[in-house]
Design a protein around this ligand. Structure first.
Ligand code: A8S
Length: 177
């Protein structure tokens, strides 16, 4: 099943000087909840732990551009990113990095979410894949390792935020009494 999702939605076409990979994350929260966080191209800071601020000019459409500010302590301060794909039926978000003061050139990523049962409850499988240039002076392995570490942090945080929101939803009716 997972291999099928990757084959269908996560097609990248890396050249010789690029690296590509994908990461899975199982989240104990329903797909609608997880997707409601993932789809907010204008509010990545809702779950991405390294982002302090995000501004999108105008309406949210395919082609919209966001200016993202990164928290201090990282090897970058800002990034300019374009929305390439937003599919609320198939749950696909695709972005592309246009610029910034970081080393990720020609970076594109695709994130998809899929329903699954976890411990008899509705859960979500998240898959994120990327392709990026290997910077001058680095190896493919180093580049992959760096990007995967950042994505792992993002997905871990996505799980925490979603699971917390899911728990609140579950207990809400009792709290109201
Ligand atoms: C994402 C994925 C990544 C973001 C990276 C890999 C980034 O925001 C950080 C550090 C960098 O050096 C590059 O979907 C950049 O957010 C945290 C500023 C782009």
């Amino acid at each position: 099943m997972e291999a099928q999702y990757v084959r269908r939605h996560h097609k990248h076409d890396p050249n010789d000087n690029q690296c590509t990979s994908f990461i899975f994350k199982h989240i104990k929260a329903p797909i609608n909840l997880v997707w409601s966080l993932v789809r907010r191209f204008d509010q990545p800071q809702k779950y991405k732990p390294f982002i302090s601020r995000c501004i999108v000019q105008g309406d949210l459409n395919i082609g919209s551009v966001r200016e993202v500010n990164v928290k201090s302590g990282l090897p970058a301060t800002r990034s300019t990113e374009r929305l390439e794909q937003l599919d609320d039926q198939e749950h696909i978000l695709g972005i592309r990095i246009l610029g910034g003061d970081h080393r990720l050139k020609n970076y594109s990523s695709i994130i998809t979410v899929h329903p699954e049962m976890i411990d008899g409850r509705p859960g979500t499988l998240v898959i994120e894949s990327f392709v990026v240039d290997v910077p001058e002076g680095n190896t493919k392995d180093e580049t992959c390792y760096f990007v995967k570490a950042l994505i792992n942090c993002n997905l871990k945080s996505l799980a925490e935020v979603s699971e917390r929101m899911g728990m609140q939803n579950r207990t809400e009716p009792f709290n109201r009494v």
